[in-house]
Design a protein around this ligand. Structure first.
Ligand code: ATR
Length: 288
């Protein structure tokens, strides 16, 4: 078979990424010929490697790529154009290479997150949402929430200055939203939705959670953890024990991938097939 429509993922590490399984299943499921999605490990140092990799995609006639940790912000200056969302978030997770060879940077994380909230019938318009963490994924989550009309968001981060830097540009863009970084116990008790965007709960911090265990959840609270490996983090297990609704990040992963798929192929993504492929690939992996 001839593979002449290549896409893939740039990051470090990417050997555990579920995206190749998810996208290759999607190509198969729609019978799209010639498409292939590959993992492309790109080291952070020297930084010129990231630039070489991005420009190399054009030289190699790739149709596009996903960009993951730790390069989502690094690739921004190498883009010829940015979507409104990528510009607002300051990070690119999807590159489209158009027919003129122009690199167009998109960010599908924000809409991927809110599409998954939609799947769970969660409407954030009148909710108070507490976001834990202030890294790249927190920025996409906060932008997604604001775009969906959420007017009350609290951001708690170990390094408070990063929470401040995160909310500041959004204060100008979304003037009627309340963006709070002085998170009180009451904020935690009253938040309708709590979203973990920190890495606490993954790999060597699997036993930990970004929450005080003396603070129990009420059954009407919703806890969303962006982590999907392990599928039930210590945080989600705690939420479940308190009878709160607990959601992991697999749905967001699938939705951001589905949106990238559509940007590259122009086709509606086979979301159910992509989700099955991601779940199957996850079962074959050890915890990382
Ligand atoms: P990502 O792109 O996945 O969001 P990131 O930008 O590196 O990754 O952000 C990681 C987030 O997890 C940050 O909010 C980080 O807190 P700091 O800004 O204080 O570094 C948070 N984080 C990572 N390890 C943590 C830990 N042990 N305790 C609390 N927060 C942690």
């Amino acid at each position: 078979m001839k593979f002449d429509k290549l896409v893939g993922i740039i990051g470090w590490p990417v050997s555990h990424s579920l995206s190749p399984a998810m996208h290759n299943r999607a190509f198969l499921s729609l019978g799209l010929e010639g498409w292939c999605y590959v993992a492309m490990p790109v080291a952070s140092e020297p930084i010129s490697r990231v630039k070489d990799a991005v420009f190399g995609l054009r030289a190699l006639q790739y149709r596009g790529a996903n960009v993951t940790v730790p390069h989502k912000e690094t690739v921004v200056p190498y883009m010829d154009r940015l979507s409104k969302t990528a510009r607002a978030i300051g990070a690119v997770n999807t590159i489209v290479i158009d027919q003129q060879g122009q690199l167009v940077g998109h960010n599908t994380d924000a809409l991927g997150f809110t599409n998954d909230l939609h799947d769970h019938q969660i409407d954030v318009k009148n909710m108070h949402v507490l976001v834990l963490g202030a890294g790249g994924s927190a920025k996409a989550v906060v932008y997604g929430l604001l775009s969906q009309g959420c007017k009350n968001i609290s951001v708690e981060n170990r390094t408070k200055s990063k929470a401040r830097d995160l909310v500041q540009p959004f204060r100008h863009q979304f003037k009627d939203a309340k963006l709070n970084i002085d998170v009180s116990i009451d904020d935690k008790k009253q938040a309708h939705l709590v979203v973990n965007t920190t890495s606490l709960g993954m790999s060597d911090t699997r036993e930990q959670m970004p929450w005080d265990q003396n603070l129990v959840f009420k059954s009407e609270q919703i806890v969303y953890d962006l982590i999907y490996n392990p599928p039930t983090t210590t945080f989600l297990a705690f939420a479940k024990k308190n009878k709160a609704k607990a959601i992991n990040g697999l749905g967001m992963l699938v939705h951001q991938g589905a949106l990238s798929f559509t940007l590259w192929t122009g086709q509606n993504a086979p979301i159910a097939a992509m989700k099955s492929a991601a779940e199957e690939a996850l079962l074959q992996r050890d915890f990382f």
